[in-house]
Design a protein around this ligand. Structure first.
Ligand SMILES: NC(=O)c1ccc[n+]([C@@H]2O[C@H](COP(=O)([O-])OP(=O)(O)OC[C@H]3O[C@@H](n4cnc5c(N)ncnc54)[C@H](O)[C@@H]3O)[C@@H](O)[C@H]2O)c1
Length: 376
């Protein structure tokens, strides 16, 4: 299944576009993360955000005024025939309903992560986009940034030989230390795997290809959390999800990775992301960032060599994946940050919980290919 089939495209009903026309985008969900998408939009040169919308009209009005873009209701944004792509920056619990409404209105869609909370909803997004002949994409797009694309180019050129395995460590003592309303991180749909796993798993799949099998154990180390951020400092919130996961992932191509995601642990000295090969080890950047550094240590050597970052977009380039989807729309190809890839990651994250709950290894059904690297 691919969300790259444009044979029956139903978008573009208003005026025919040439390959060079910017793609017209409606942004839905004018919260925290919308600011960087709107700030970055002009730099891509191939998208134009023509509407901003939110379930809370005041949020849309405020962002619209800030960036000089008309605010609309969600319904009007979806019904607007000028709009070709919906940029879905709503909360995770609304990702599926907004994406499906966009697809049913004949629009392509690009979601923030995760693709959906429920696996079935994720499958529905991919299937309905395919059937409607529109594109579906999803964050994260950090794997398209300078650091992880440099790592991909080094791996593909044989810099560390054949891949053997990876490790990923995402450790934090909890978002209630800084987020003003951290409740959702500890409710169903939250937890460190669904929140941060997409960055780590997408980076791993971009390097090693699809995951075939998952084993895991998980726990909720604390039954409640005490908020220390303002304005609710001192308030206690219940924990309804696992907050510490240790997963083992077997990739279809053979390598084995370990991934730990935790809201319960203060980071120690473990690296965010390391890739092990038959001829050496590669230290990769935090996959929640776009830049470097990338370091290589040859087999048996003690010193790291810092590698030249040979790909663009080292700064905060959120929206790069949306721009690639817009290019894909004009070029008639699949986007790199695709919903197929995000669905595979969602399936792996659910498998972590299933494996832990049922004490068994879980097979992963979906098998997306590695996204093609960005051209140099
Ligand atoms: N905050 C971050 O640092 C960050 C970083 C990367 C990705 N993300 C992702 O971005 C998304 C948004 O995060 P955020 O921090 O901006 O959240 P937020 O709560 O600040 O903003 C979400 C916005 O969506 C609106 N909304 C909710 N349901 C809606 C619906 N059904 N229709 C229309 N609008 C709706 C809300 O009113 C709000 O304005 C999430 O999926 C999150 O995982 C956030």
């Amino acid at each position: 299944m691919t969300t790259g089939n444009l044979a029956d495209a139903t978008h573009n009903p208003v005026r025919p576009q040439s390959r060079h026309d910017p793609v017209r985008v409606a942004l839905i969900g004018c919260g925290y993360i919308s600011e960087i998408y709107l700030t970055n939009a002009p730099r891509w040169g191939n998208i134009e955000i023509v509407r901003v919308a939110d379930i809370v009209p005041e949020n849309a009005r405020r962002r619209g005024e800030q960036f000089g873009i008309p605010a609309a209701t969600v319904e009007d944004a979806l019904a607007d025939p000028e709009v070709e792509v919906v940029l879905n920056l709503t909360i995770p619990a609304a990702h599926a309903s907004v994406a499906l409404a966009a697809i049913r209105a004949g629009k392509s869609v690009y979601n923030e992560k995760p693709l959906a909370i429920d696996l079935e909803d994720g499958r529905r997004i991919v299937a309905e986009a395919q059937a409607a002949g529109v594109l579906a994409g999803c964050a994260p797009d950090t794997f398209l940034g300078a650091g992880l694309q440099t790592g991909r180019a080094l791996l593909d050129s044989g810099a560390i030989g054949d891949p053997v395995g990876m490790t990923g460590f995402m450790l934090t003592p909890g978002h209630e230390r800084w987020h003003p309303n951290p409740d959702f991180y500890y409710q169903p749909g939250g937890g460190p795997m669904l929140d941060m796993g997409p960055y780590y798993l997408t980076a791993m799949v971009n390097l090693l290809g699809p995951i075939a099998r998952v084993s895991a154990m998980a726990r909720a180390s604390f039954p409640e959390r005490t908020i220390t951020s303002e304005p609710r400092a001192g308030e206690r919130i219940p924990v309804q999800v696992n907050t510490h996961h240790a997963a083992v992932l077997q990739f279809a191509s053979g390598p084995i990775a370990t991934l730990v995601t935790s809201f319960d642990a203060t980071p120690g000295d473990t690296p965010n992301l390391e890739l092990y090969g038959s001829a050496g080890t590669m230290l990769l950047p935090d996959p929640n960032t776009f830049g470097g550094p990338v370091k290589v240590r040859g087999r048996g050597e003690r010193e790291w060599e810092e590698m030249a970052v040979i790909r663009p977009c080292a700064d905060n380039s959120r929206g790069l994946g949306l721009s690639d989807l817009a290019a894909a729309l004009r070029e008639g190809r699949a986007p790199r940050a695709s919903a197929d890839l995000a669905l595979h990651v969602l399936e792996a994250m659910h498998a972590v919980e299933t494996a832990s709950r049922e004490g068994r290894a879980v097979e992963i059904e979906s098998r997306p290919g590695r996204p093609s690297p960005l051209p140099a």
